[in-house]
Write a protein that binds this ligand. Structure first.
Ligand code: NAD
Length: 504
C-alpha cells in the first residue's frame, strides 16, 4: 500500500488543495479503504479562503493558457497521457484501494483516461468551425470556437479518475483551465492525478494552476464553485438530487452546465435474442463495480416465454459470484464504497419488498472486516413499481416480464432517468424499432451488448433526470468552448440582412 502511495507522490498526510502550490489547512479526513476498513492516509480539506485563492490562480492561468495554440495544448495532453501510461498500474491499484472496484476495472478506468488523452490530442487539430453561404453579396458567414474559461469539474466516487480525465483532456485542448472538486470519498486518487498533471505542466514551463484541485465538502466547496462567476462551466457528475441543486445555482448566474446524473438502465431480452449474450451482458452490467456504475444494469425486461428459464440461469450464475478483496483476480465483486452504501442497499430492498417485490436471491450483508461486502440481489417485480423508478446505487437487479414489444419499450422508458439502455435480439425489426424515435428514450441505446461499458469515442450522457449533458467523445468538446458567429463584409458598402434598407 505504501509503495502505491509513494510511487504516485502521496504521503501519509496530504494537503487537499493545489493551484501551483499545495495547500490545505482545513479539517483533515482519514481515508479508509472499503476493502478492509483500514486507513490509507489523511487529506486536509481546503478552507473557503484557500478555495478563493485556488480559483483566482486557476482563473489567472486561463488568461495565458487560452492564447497557447491548440495543437501545442494537445502536446501537453499527449504528455499527460504518457505519464498515465507510466503510472497505469499504481493508479489502478489506488482506485481499487480507495473505492473498492476490482483491479481489472481499475486498470480499465485508467485505460479510459489514456484513451481520452489520445482522442483529445487528435481533437486539438480538429476543432472545426463551419462556414455558411451568406444571403448578402460579398459577405462571408462563419463560426469559430474560442476557449471558455475555468471549468469546475465536480466528480462522483464511482469513477474517481476517469470522469476528471474526460473533462480535463477536452477542456485543456479547448484552452480552458480546470478546477477539480472530487468526491470526498476518493481524494487520494484526485491528488495523484493532479500531481501527474502538475509534473507535465511544469516540464513544459506552463503554469501548473491550469489543473487545480480543491478538496472539501460538497456543501461548502461545491457551492462555492456553483455560485462563483469565475467558473464559466460547471461539469457535475453525481446523483439526481445533487444535480438538481447544482443546476439551480449555476443557472441562476447563467453559468454553463454539463450534468451527468443518475441512471436506471434496462436491458430488454427478446425471445428472438441470443440468451448466452444476454446472460453475460446482464451479469456484468449488474454486478460490475458492485452495481455502482451510472450505467449499471438495474432492470431486465424479459419476454414472458423465456422468463422462467432465463431467470433460473441468471440465478445460477449469481450463485457462482466470487465476492471479496477486489485486488485478487479470483474475485468478481468487491465491496461497496462504504458501510453507508450497504445500509442504503438493504433499506431499498426492504422498501421494494413492502411494495410487492419478491427477492429471489442475495441482498445480505457479509460479515467481513470493514463491513462493506454484500451478496448481489435479484428481485422479481411487476413492472416499474415506485422503488424500481429510483436508482439504488448497489447490486440490486429487478426482473420483469413483457408480452408485446410495445409493452417492453414502455417499461424501458417508464422511469424518470434516461442514461443507458440495451436490447438483446436477432430480429432486425425489433432492434431498429428500439433505436428509432419510437424506441429507447435514453442517451445510450445498445444492441446485443449491455448497458455498461461505454467507449470514449462516443458522446456520453443521458436524458430526462440524467441531466442532458454530454462529455467525452464525438462533438462533446463544443460544450467546453464559446461559439462565435462572424459576418465579414468585403463588398465595400453596407447591406443589411433580410433585405432591410435604410435610406440616409
Ligand atoms: P453524489 O451526488 O453524492 O456526489 C457527487 C459529487 O457532488 C461529489 O463530489 C460531492 O462532494 C459533490 N457535491 C455534494 N454536494 C454538492 C453541492 N452542494 N455542490 C456541488 N457539489 C456537491 O454522488 P456519488 O454518490 O459520489 O456518485 C453516485 C451518483 O453519481 C449516482 O447517482 C450515479 O449514477 C451518478 N453518476 C453519474 C454518472 C454519469 O455520467 N451520468 C457517472 C458517474 C456517477
Amino acid at each position: 500500500m505504501d509503495q502505491v502511495l509513494n510511487s504516485l507522490g502521496l504521503s501519509k498526510s496530504n494537503p487537499g488543495g493545489f493551484a501551483g502550490a499545495w495547500l490545505g489547512s482545513g479539517k483533515a479526513q482519514t481515508v479508509v479503504s472499503p476493502i478492509h476498513g483500514e486507513p490509507l492516509a489523511t487529506v486536509a480539506n481546503v478552507t473557503p479562503q484557500e478555495f478563493d485563492a485556488i480559483l483566482e490562480k486557476c482563473h489567472l492561468a486561463y488568461a495565458t493558457w487560452k492564447l497557447v495554440p491548440a495543437p501545442k495544448r494537445g502536446e501537453v495532453v499527449k504528455a499527460i497521457g504518457d505519464e498515465l501510461r507510466r503510472h497505469k498500474g499504481a493508479l489502478a491499484e489506488l482506485v481499487t484501494l480507495e473505492m473498492g472496484k476490482t483491479l481489472r476495472e481499475g486498470l480499465g478506468e485508467v485505460q479510459e483516461m489514456i484513451d481520452i488523452c489520445d482522442f483529445a490530442v487528435g481533437l486539438s487539430r480538429q476543432m472545426y468551425g463551419l462556414t455558411m453561404p451568406s444571403e448578402r453579396k460579398q459577405h462571408r458567414l462563419q463560426e469559430q470556437w474560442h476557449p471558455l474559461g475555468v471549468v469546475g469539474v465536480i466528480t462522483a466516487f464511482n469513477f474517481p479518475v476517469a470522469v476528471w480525465s474526460w473533462n480535463t483532456a477536452l477542456a485543456l485542448v479547448c484552452g480552458d483551465t480546470v478546477l477539480w472538486k472530487p468526491s470526498s470519498k476518493t481524494p487520494l486518487t484526485a491528488i495523484a492525478c493532479t500531481k501527474i498533471a502538475e509534473k507535465v505542466l511544469r516540464d513544459f514551463g506552463f503554469d501548473p494552476a491550469i489543473c487545480s484541485l480543491a478538496i472539501g465538502r460538497g456543501s461548502d466547496i461545491g457551492d462555492l464553485i456553483n455560485t462563483d462567476p469565475r467558473v464559466a462551466l460547471v461539469s457535475y457528475t453525481g446523483s439526481v438530487p445533487g444535480g438538481r441543486h447544482v443546476g439551480r445555482l449555476v443557472q441562476e448566474r447563467f453559468g454553463r452546465l454539463i450534468l451527468e446524473l443518475g441512471g436506471n438502465n434496462a436491458v430488454i431480452v427478446s425471445e428472438k435474442g441470443d440468451l448466452d449474450i444476454a446472460l453475460r451482458a446482464i451479469y456484468f452490467g449488474a454486478i460490475g463495480t458492485s452495481g455502482q456504475r451510472c450505467t449499471s444494469t438495474r432492470r431486465v425486461i424479459l419476454h414472458e416465454s423465456i422468463y422462467a428459464a432465463f431467470t433460473e440461469r441468471l440465478q445460477a450464475l449469481y450463485r457462482k459470484t466470487t465476492i471479496g478483496n477486489p485486488r485478487l483476480d479470483e474475485n468478481l465483486m468487491g465491496p461497496l464504497v462504504d458501510a453507508g452504501a450497504v445500509d442504503t442497499m438493504l433499506e431499498a430492498i426492504e422498501k421494494v419488498k413492502a411494495e410487492g417485490g419478491r427477492v429471489l436471491l442475495g441482498g445480505e450483508r457479509l460479515q467481513r472486516p470493514g463491513g462493506c461486502y454484500v451478496t448481489p440481489c435479484i428481485v422479481e417485480v411487476d413492472g416499474n413499481i415506485p422503488m424500481v423508478k429510483e436508482e439504488t446505487f448497489a447490486p440490486v437487479l429487478y426482473l420483469m416480464k413483457y408480452r408485446t414489444f410495445e409493452e417492453a419499450i414502455a417499461l424501458q422508458n417508464g422511469v424518470p432517468q434516461g442514461l443507458s439502455s440495451a436490447i438483446i435480439t436477432n430480429d432486425q425489426r425489433e432492434s431498429e424499432l428500439f433505436l428509432s424515435a419510437a424506441g429507447s428514450d435514453c442517451g445510450i441505446a445498445n444492441v446485443n451488448t449491455g448497458t455498461s461499458g461505454a467507449e470514449i469515442g462516443g458522446a456520453f450522457g443521458g436524458e430526462k433526470e440524467t441531466g442532458g449533458g454530454r462529455e467525452s467523445g464525438s462533438d462533446a468538446w463544443k460544450a467546453y468552448m464559446r461559439r462565435q458567429t462572424t459576418a465579414i463584409n468585403f463588398s465595400g458598402r453596407v447591406e443589411l440582412a433580410q433585405g432591410i434598407t435604410l435610406e440616409l
